[in-house]
Design a protein around this ligand. Structure first.
Ligand code: ADP
Ligand code: GN1
Ligand code: MG
Length: 365
């Protein structure tokens, strides 16, 4: 880490009411949005770890609202659990709030590090994936009596796919980096599916797909499993908890975790949607949700999976066309590689569509 960043981070840590003296700070995790560090401290009872994060001001126009939401949700959920590792625990600052604003207006927060846990980039087995599903399903169930009107949309229209499509078309038109000519096939792929993008919004207008309190970013690296039992432990990355659809939480997990390859795999022959993983996830998700989902919602799960995948591919492509300003990248064409895996997954889902629908149907009541 550069010296100036280290100095700034050290000053930030001093603002938080942590136990012990911090002796190391290391960049951590593979999130695409925030800057995440693990902080280690020496305490009278040995070492302790914390997660420190600078919230992305590109993604979140009002990070304080993000923190308000998280505070409300974690307070509400912590009353439902005995095991402290089941809910993210915010660390407060010495001056009171659960965040610190530095001299450059970055907003920082700290959490207890969830120890003895694992966080998977890709699930290693069907059972791992089923456990991720249980965690995200239970998350919706635990929040089913949360007062949704007290949450603010941290990113308005986050999973409004028709609006994402408009933003995509605008990026193609502007073509500010001159990249559109090299991604004609990808642009056509998005345009060819135009009629699909309103399917979930329409189901909502028709009254068969209700708004619930949802997570909205249900990748397997946003859930922790217990290291020994590998059972669902805790859902993390609560920045986008806001009203949304059950089936988009379901679908975003399929997009990421039922893929046979990492999100930026270059060899598309290695990328497809594993139908056995899809089955395992439906099973765990419905177990986690209990009885709260209607048959209409269950039947729209394949649409949720395809929607989240095509939307995410569209978002990666939009960011590529806009010059890579939203998602963190580690090499120049990474957003394009990410977009291509998503479109490969969409094509594969289209081939497996009838089977995806049949499996969903077998879970209706
Ligand atoms: P981003 O929004 O950038 O994805 P996350 O909140 O998901 O940021 O954090 C990035 C990574 O840091 C996670 O995928 C996970 O590996 C790790 N992480 C985050 N919070 C914790 C925590 N409380 N305990 C342990 N690991 C965590
Ligand atoms: C981002 O923050 P992270 O890495 O968990 C993004 C999601 C995308 C995902 C693609 C706030 O998730 O919407 O689906 O990347 N989060 C935000 O991997 O935009
Ligand atoms: Mg994350």
């Amino acid at each position: 880490m550069a010296n100036f960043e280290l100095k700034r981070v050290a000053e930030v840590i001093d603002q938080f009411s942590i136990i012990g003296k911090a002796y190391s700070v290391t960049p951590y995790g593979n999130g695409h949005i925030n800057r995440t560090y693990v902080v280690e401290t020496d305490t009278e009872n040995g070492k302790k770890r914390y997660i420190l994060q600078a919230i992305s001001s590109v993604a979140f126009k009002n990070p304080i609202v993000v923190m308000d939401n998280i505070q409300k949700v974690t307070d509400f959920m912590s009353e439902k659990f005995d095991d402290p590792r089941s809910v993210l625990r915010l660390i407060y600052t010495n001056s009171g709030p659960c965040y610190h604003i530095d001299s450059d207006k970055n907003i920082w927060r700290m959490y207890d590090f969830i120890e003895d846990s694992i966080c998977l980039e890709l699930p290693e087995s069907k059972e791992d994936f089923r456990q991720c599903a249980i965690a995200f399903g239970q998350f919706q169930q635990y929040l089913s009596d949360f007062p949704a009107e007290t949450l603010v949309d941290t990113i308005p229209d986050f999973h409004n796919t028709p609006k994402r499509y408009e933003a995509f078309l605008a990026a193609v038109k502007e073509d500010k980096m001159g990249r559109a000519k090299d991604v004609k096939a990808e642009i056509e792929f998005v345009k060819a599916r135009e009629d699909f993008y309103d399917v979930l919004m329409r189901a909502n207008r028709e009254g068969i797909l209700p708004l619930r309190v949802t997570h909205n970013d249900t990748k397997s690296n946003n859930v922790m499993l217990d290291k020994d039992t590998r059972k669902a432990l805790c859902v993390i990355d609560l920045d986008t908890v806001m009203p949304g659809f059950s089936v988009t939480d379901f679908g975003d997990s399929i997009r990421f975790g039922a893929s046979t390859a990492p999100e930026d795999e270059k060899d598309l022959d290695k990328v497809w949607m594993d139908i056995e993983m899809y089955k395992a996830y439906i099973d765990g998700f419905l177990e986690g949700c209990g009885t709260m989902l209607s048959n209409d919602e269950i039947m729209l799960m394949p649409e949720g999976a395809k929607m989240m995948t095509v939307e995410c591919g569209m978002r990666f492509l939009t960011d590529y066309l806009n010059g890579d300003t939203y998602f963190k990248i580690t090499y120049p064409e990474q957003n394009l590689d990410r977009c291509r895996t998503q479109f490969k997954l969409v094509s594969d889902m289209e081939k497996k569509w009838d089977e995806m629908k049949e499996i969903a149907k077998s879970y209706t009541k």
